[in-house]
Each structure stands twice: as structure tokens, then as C-alpha cells.
Design a protein around this ligand. Sequence first.
Ligand SMILES: CC(=O)SCCNC(=O)CCNC(=O)[C@H](O)C(C)(C)COP(=O)(O)OP(=O)(O)OC[C@H]1O[C@@H](n2cnc3c(N)ncnc32)[C@H](O)[C@@H]1OP(=O)(O)O
Length: 413
Amino acid sequence: MVEQGGDRVGSARVEVPVAVVTEPELVREAYTVFKRAMAGLEFGPFDPVEVTEPGRFLAAYDGARIVGSANSFATHLTVPGGARLPHAAVSQVGVLPTHRRRGVVTALMRKQLTDAAAAGEPVATLRASEGGIYGRFGYGIASHVRSARIDRRKVRFAAPGAPGGSVRLADTDGVAVLAPIAARAAQNGAVSRADVWWRKWELRSAEHTGPSYLAVHSTEGVDDGYVTYRPLDTAGWFTSENKTIEVTELVALNPAAHQGLWRHLLELDLVDTVSIGTLALDDPLPLLFTDERAVTLGPVRDESWLRLTDVPAALGARTYGEAAPVHLAVHDALLPQNDGVYRIGADGAVRAAAGTPAQVTVSVSDLAATYLGGTRWWRLVAAGRVQAAEPDAVARLDRLFAVDREPYAGVFF
Ligand SMILES: CC(=O)SCCNC(=O)CCNC(=O)[C@H](O)C(C)(C)COP(=O)(O)OP(=O)(O)OC[C@H]1O[C@@H](n2cnc3c(N)ncnc32)[C@H](O)[C@@H]1OP(=O)(O)O
């Protein structure tokens, strides 16, 4: 069914019809719109129908023509305390260059977020192409990451040996080995992977012509981590002074797997540098070495943009630290059913009775930034983004929302 959006074009309002596309030809058309919108992003030659979950691809229309796209995948997000919430992994958002700034993406976001809330997905996350797009739709940055380069010449391990377990070369193993390991990743902020995500992984791997490697760590016969990696600039490899291995992904379910896989990488003969694009902010990698300067960390950048589509369900699903309760007023212009005052305490979060006064007031996007514990409340207050009637309530919120580990999804979709 095509719904009329009624979103804005400059100062005028226009109708932007939006519909779920299920027919293969329409899915392909919507995907082509996304590709055109992204201008320079590389896409494989695969059929988008193969990597799309039925019933989740949205298209915006101008007459009979698709001019905007927004897709998502049914997955789970791990939140503080360990609950795995049904989650929309949002992707492939794009509008044709001829149809920008007419409210097309606004209409798509409105329908996507409304549908997610109605379908029992209280959270959605995405990776943003630009920082200025998604705040207005209630998304906030919930996790950050950074890259790292390790100079092998400086590497001396601080611990005398690997803590146990073994690493095997598994270059020809595929999804059947990797997917069960990745599925057990349960850190704060972890996002599970849809079957179509793995299908895309297979198609992309098949497309890659250069060398690429896979090593799997196991402890007492149970696989508990893997790393995929490739050499860079192989044309001059034999004579290069800086032979570099790029880690495309490292999943470690425990410290033994983390140490074992990094030892495997850093004990590769020939290699001068090992680089990785995405690390959790508190990844213990630098502490593996007697000289922390063996690791050069890259700048911090945003990872998960989070939207709480159902604020009471999302707040009620995570756990909280010890502090006296706070009454928090939440404002959500796009999904006004989330508006209200919530009582947040060590025993959980519930909507307060109408008329309850709030000690702190927050937008739904700034609430999203704090939800996984990646952004402290005092910083939002200091930046003038959150209003506090009682300064002590802010300190209490920081204790309530505190987490042991920095949030980290570790997956791109
Ligand atoms: C998860 C992912 O897929 S990330 C990939 C996102 N896609 C891209 O980056 C592809 C290239 N860009 C595009 O396709 C489009 O420009 C989009 C999707 C970013 C925006 O689509 P549009 O239909 O033009 O947005 P729409 O007209 O609904 O704009 C809504 C508001 O956002 C603002 N806005 C739109 N794009 C941007 C932007 N890139 N940066 C800052 N503000 C923006 C508009 O000015 C408007 O503001 P207003 O309400 O104050 O007037």
C-alpha cells in the first residue's frame, strides 16, 4: 500500500508516497536508486534481491518512478545487562539527485521508524554517510570506533605467552564456520547479522581476486574467535619495505581468543605492519605490548547511530547502576507516543504518571546517545543539549547509565 507522506518541500508541503517493495523488479529499481544516490560507493555485480529481506525495502515515488529508498534487516541489538532487543539494521537510504530536499527521505524515515515500533523493534541503528542527516529523525551516536596500525618491529608481548587455546588456518572455510561464532558476540552494542548479510559476505568474497586469509581460534575444541585479513599493495610485495596486512574483521568472544588471534597476526613472517579499520574505544590491544607506542590509534569516529523507536520498551529492557531514581522528560517530535516522563532507577525504567515533574529534560536523539552508556550525561548538559532542574540528578543519571564496557557493534551493514 502506498502511503501519503505530506512532508515538506522548501516552505511548501508535498505528498511523498512511500511503499514497501516486494516484487523483484521494484527491489532492483529501489537498489539502483540507492546506488545512484551514493555516487562513488563500490557495489558488487550481485542481484540485490538475493541480499534483501522480503517486506522491508521501502521506496518513495514520484508518479510511477522510484526516487528514494530505505532498507532494513531484522536483527538484534545487545543492550546493557545483556538483553538482545529486536532491532532494525537500517541501510540503503538514498534519494535521486533530481529529487533532493523535497522531503523524500523524511517520508521514508517516518514510515520506517513507525513500522519498526509497530512491529516490536524498539531500536534501530545505522551507519551514517554524513553526520548532519539523521539527528533530525531522532538518531543519536551511541558508539564510537577507531582504527589502529601496529608496527611489528616494536612488538614485544607483555604477557609471557598466549593464555591458551589454539589458532588454525581456515582460509577455505566460510559462513558455516564464521556465522556461529559471530552469532555469539554479546558485548554491549553488538548487532547480530541477518542471513542475507552472510549471503552478501559470500558474494563479496567470491568477487575478491587477491589473496585473503582466515584464522579461527578455539578453546578446548570450541571455536571462539576469528580474524579475516588481506595483504595490501601486493604488486610490489616482494621488495616492499612496508609489507602491510589489513585486518578486515576480528571477532574475539573472550580474552584468550583476542590474544591468540593478535599473536597470530603479529607473528606472521615478512609482515611489517598490521592495520585494522575498526576497534572498540576500550579494546585492550595497546596493552598487549610492553611498548604501547607499537600501536598508532586513528581518530575516534562514530559507529552506531541509534534510534529508540519505542522509548518505554527500550528503557525498560536495559539494566541500570546504583543511584536514587531520576524523573526524565523525553521529547520525540517524530514519534510523539514516546513523549513523556520516565522514572529511571536501579530497579528499572517505567513511564511515570501524567503530570509528574521531571528533573532532567532530553530529546530522543540525545537519549539515544546515552542509551548504551557511550555518552555521559554531564557532557550533554555541559554542551547545553540537556536541561537539568537539579544538578545532582545528572550525576545520578551518569551512575544509572554507567556501563563496564564501551559500546561496540563491530559490524557494518
Ligand atoms: C544508512 C545509510 O544508508 S547512510 C546513506 C545516506 N545516503 C546518502 O548519503 C546518499 C546521498 N544523499 C541522499 O541521497 C540525500 O541527500 C539524503 C538521503 C541524505 C537526504 O534526502 P532528502 O530527500 O534530500 O532529504 P529531505 O528533503 O527529506 O530533508 C530533510 C531535512 O534534512 C536536511 N538534509 C538532507 N540531507 C542532508 C545532509 N546531507 N546534510 C544535512 N542536512 C540534510 C534537509 O535540508 C531537510 O532539512 P529541513 O527539514 O530543515 O528543511
